[in-house]
Design a protein around this ligand. Structure first.
Ligand code: T1G
Ligand code: NAD
Length: 646
């Protein structure tokens, strides 16, 4: 079933029924195009109502069709036929009208909506621009100033704002269809066609300001500015030319690597919180969460939990440490309020949901406890031994360890089926990645609860098997090793960082080390040597021994002026590193990128072969949401898979 027809007297009520989001797939478009002619010719029909079945109006064009050539009737063609109908078509919007769904509503003669609906053109999230008239019709309905943020900057319109802007002709309180039928019955003819509505050019200053604003928010993506250009074309060259230019731009972008990458991630991100094998399993209810350790991670995790409305009990070793932890949590909410992300009152409310306790007894009634104490097996084991004794028999116990084998941490636990690894990334209240590491005994209910918690926190969960560094840090280690090998061969670290920044990373591997602190790697390598691992002295040792630990000491791989995080090439570091540098010709930027992405993908293939990750897309989600891999590139697996294709 795609489109059903009901008659309310002279009003034909069409309902698009294509679960789960009423995407405008070819069959839906074809049926609607057929119905335009039929209903126009039907003397018993005075108006046509267009509705969506289920929870929303229309979620957009069918993104799954984007890897194929457009099929007739295209969405623009179908919309043009509705716009040219002799009888009024009224879009009755509830839930969401997104992308092509909103564009279809714009092609109707009238639009009504239920309270609480949202209208948006999120195409730029997919690396494309609205391709069915949105860049031309929306400005003519609500003006350029209101339309451009929707078209190019991900702005949402709610029912009230849409009505006040003139996008909606009426807001229907009560049953939508009945209200819309009544609205239709009172119509007297057709409005002025959208194409004929004036759209004066606001002048170059307006376009310059809009362009500068959009470029700042584009995060390296090309679609937002392309969307603005399409709007401007319609203002300067007229509606028909604007439609043509919009369509050409849409088709060009749709075929781009950037759009393919963003579509790939769109689907991967939606699938991540609901692994197929857990969809039928009921998660445990989680309302109160204990966090053990009020340090860097524990405080970030506590804030993330509060941001999702969960109650938090923060445990520390002693009153002084607890005080420091509570101050740090408060600082996170106050910083969010300073940035205008939440109100001061909301910051207070969130803080009020965090209570502190010294020791673990205060966690006895928690539904879930997340351990974030020192990365020391003995300390963690002691904590879990106490938690196993103190917590409720149905409480889930989780570790935030980065490198320790969860099986070692859980040894001796009375109920390992309720134990799981939850590897948050720093800062935990910001980074979306959550690696979920099941213990061999972890029950499906515990795992389902972990994924459900991730969903509630707005995180991107990825299941990882047990290996050193799980998925993300294991690939990071390989990435850094390859970069260091390039350095030793004779490619300056500044060239390596510049190449990765040029590829779209926020920073290269050496800049990243300066930010995190070289002493962490130094101590890890020292500890590994203590364990008997043969780890040769390398650039990290030379730099740290020279007191160069990164930004925090004013210099590491680079020099940093006080209070300035801008890396500057350091003569001192260059001299320190000189004995290590080989004499090979420096690699070019494309070679650097190819080799580093290739090393990441090679480690990814090994991770897949070992069953540590379930899919290449999971590995890419880890890289994009945990390590700043540019979204417009999809991830190392996407990149190498695409290069491998003919
Ligand atoms: N096409 C195909 N499948 C879609 C889809 C779409 N537009 N939107 C969602 N899905 C799938 C999704 O992958 C998942 O699949 C299931 O539906 C439920 O989604 C010409 C060209 C609508 C707010 O960008 O924002 O129109 O995992 O889990 O949380 O200019 O989906 O179940 O197999 O997200 O209730 C523009 C994208 C398209 C909107 C519903 N539209 N979708 O959220 O469900 S481009 C969008 C969403 C366009 C025109 C251009 C959300 C939602 P599975 P879900 P949800
Ligand atoms: P941290 O040193 O900042 O904080 C650890 C906290 O645990 C300290 O405040 C300490 O007082 C407290 N603590 C120690 N023993 C305790 C006990 N018995 N009871 C209650 N509190 C106790 O460390 P961190 O950076 O927050 O790391 C914590 C864990 O998270 C480690 O396992 C680490 O590997 C992991 N992790 C760290 C990061 C990161 O980037 N820092 C990222 C992901 C995971």
């Amino acid at each position: 079933m795609t489109v059903t027809i009901d008659r309310h007297g002279g009003i034909a009520v069409l309902t698009i029924d294509n679960p789960p989001v009423n995407a405008l797939k070819t069959a839906v478009r074809a049926r609607l195009a057929e119905l335009v002619g039929m209903l126009d010719a039907d003397p018993g029909v005075t108006a046509v109502l267009l509705c969506g079945a289920g929870k929303l109006f229309i979620g957009g064009a069918d993104i799954t069709e984007f890897d194929r050539p457009p099929e007739s009737p295209t969405l623009p063609d179908m919309i043009a036929r509705i716009e040219g109908a002799t009888k009024p078509w009224i879009a009755a919007i509830h839930g969401q009208a997104l992308g092509g769904g909103l564009e279809l509503a714009l092609g109707c003669h009238y639009r009504v909506a239920a309270p609480g609906a949202t209208m948006a053109l999120p195409e730029v999230n997919l690396g494309i621009i609205p391709g069915a008239g949105g860049t031309q019709r929306l400005p003519r309905l609500i003006g350029l100033a209101a339309a451009i943020p929707v078209i190019a900057e991900r702005d949402l319109l709610d029912t009230d704002r849409a009505a006040s802007l003139g996008l909606l002709d009426h807001v229907i309180d009560g049953p939508l269809t009945d209200g819309a039928v009544a609205f239709a019955r009172n119509l007297t003819g057709l409005p002025l066609p959208v194409a004929e509505r004036p759209l004066p050019d606001p002048g170059p200053a307006f376009w310059e300001m809009a362009s500068a604003r959009i470029a700042r928010g584009a995060k390296g993506q090309s679609a937002p500015l392309a969307a603005l250009a399409a709007v401007r074309s319609g203002v300067e060259q007229g509606f028909a030319a604007g439609l043509r230019i919009e369509r050409e731009t849409f088709l060009r972008l749709r075929a781009s690597e950037e759009a393919a990458a963003l579509r790939y991630l769109f689907f991967a991100e939606r699938a991540a919180p609901r692994p197929a094998n857990l969809r039928s399993i009921e998660p445990h209810p989680v309302r109160t969460v204990g966090v053990v350790g009020g340090g860097t991670m524990g405080t970030g995790i506590a804030a993330a939990l509060r941001n999702a409305g969960l109650t938090v009990v923060l445990s520390e070793r002693d009153a002084a440490a607890l005080e420091r932890g509570m101050i740090a949590v408060r600082g996170i909410f106050e910083a969010a309020a300073r940035r205008g992300l939440i109100t001061t009152a909301e910051a207070e409310t969130r803080m009020a949901g965090v209570t502190g306790c010294v020791g673990l007894e205060g966690l006895a009634e928690c539904d879930l406890v997340i351990e974030a104490v020192f990365e020391d097996l003995a300390v963690k084991r002691t904590v879990f031994a106490d938690l196993g004794r103190l917590c409720r028999a149905d409480a889930i116990l989780a570790t935030n360890t980065s490198y320790i084998d969860p099986r070692q941490i859980a040894e001796g636990l009375p109920a390992p089926e309720r134990f799981v690894g939850l590897h948050f990334f720093s800062p935990a209240q910001v980074m979306k990645l959550l690696e979920i590491i099941p213990h061999p005994a972890t029950s499906p209910e515990t795992l389902a609860t972990a994924f459900d918690l991730a969903r509630r926190l707005g995180k991107v969960p990825v299941r990882s098997g047990i290996c050193e560094g799980f998925i993300g840090n294991r690939i990071l280690k390989r990435y850094r090793a390859r970069a260091e090998a390039m350095l030793r061969d004779g490619t300056p670290h500044s060239a390596i960082d510049a190449a990765m920044r040029g590829f779209g990373h926020a920073m290269g591997p050496f800049e990243m080390q300066d930010m995190a602190g070289l002493d962490i790697a130094f101590l890890n390598r020292e500890a590994a040597r203590q364990r008997g691992e043969a780890i040769p002295e390398g650039p990290i040792e030379l730099l740290v021994r020279a007191g160069r630990k990164g930004i925090k000491t004013g210099g590491g791989w680079y020099d940093y002026a006080p209070g300035d995080r801008t890396p500057r090439v350091s003569d001192e570091a260059t001299q320190i590193l000189a004995p290590l540098m080989g004499s090979s010709a420096a690699l070019s930027s494309p070679q650097i990128v190819d080799q580093l992405i290739g090393a990441m993908a090679e480690e990814g293939r090994a991770i897949l072969a070992e069953g540590i990750a379930a899919s290449p897309a999971d590995i890419d989600l880890v890289q994009v949401h945990g390590y700043g891999f540019p979204r417009t590139r999809g991830g190392p697996m996407f990149q190498t898979d695409r290069k491998a294709k003919p």
